[in-house]
Design a protein around this ligand. Sequence first.
Ligand code: C5P
Length: 240
Amino acid sequence: MVKQQELIYEGEAKQIYATDDPALAIIRYTDEATAYKGFKKGTIIGKGVVNNHVSSMAFAMLEENGIPTHFVRRLNERDALVRRAEIIPVNVVIRNVAAGSLLQRLGLTEGQVLRRPIIEYCYKSDSLSDPMINRDHIDALGLATPEEMDQIQALSRRINELLIPFFARYGVQLVDFRIEFGRCGGKIVLADEISPDSCRLWDSKTGEKMDKDRFRRDLDDVENGYQEILRRMTQPVADA
Ligand code: C5P
């Protein structure tokens, strides 16, 4: 049993604790929610529990399919045990369907299926509001090497190919999502989370939004969107 020690990082919706094993950390998922660079703040009751379950299931599935990740195991309702990694300050966004910031940027209609998945990179910087960058910027700024980016790009495409059918089993369409990578033991590993906070997830039949966009856009029933995802994922046979 690992023992939780001091808080080492506090993010918008999660806390990370050191443990008595220097190679391991505990992620605690909270109910805090922020949007629009922190201008909108709130609490979504039960969100941390949902995100921990969903993310743990997604990471376990990806590991089983050969994706190296930081995930070790889910510890309890809100906590997961992970390997400590040096996070690469690049957000990777993968899009299958037009939504969110892509609409205004490229003049697309929400829900338009893209001819092929699009990968975008953003520089993780609060003071610069996470600007979109390309692989030249990443190399020039020394954020990651071209070889590391080759791996990140190939892993991102494979993760998308695995996540689309994974969510589809539960009647959920994976519209787009954001992931992060880290360096751990000389390898690139998938880090952070995969949850309704970091993914756009729509009901496959009705197109209803079941993710953080309900909070961002002031839609009703924010809690139920999250709970419905977890309900479906923990009762796959009845609801598939
Ligand atoms: O807002 P945008 O359309 O660029 O977001 C693309 C995807 O990345 C969405 O699934 C959103 O939830 C996710 N995202 C995120 N954290 C950010 C920015 C975007 O999880 N800081």
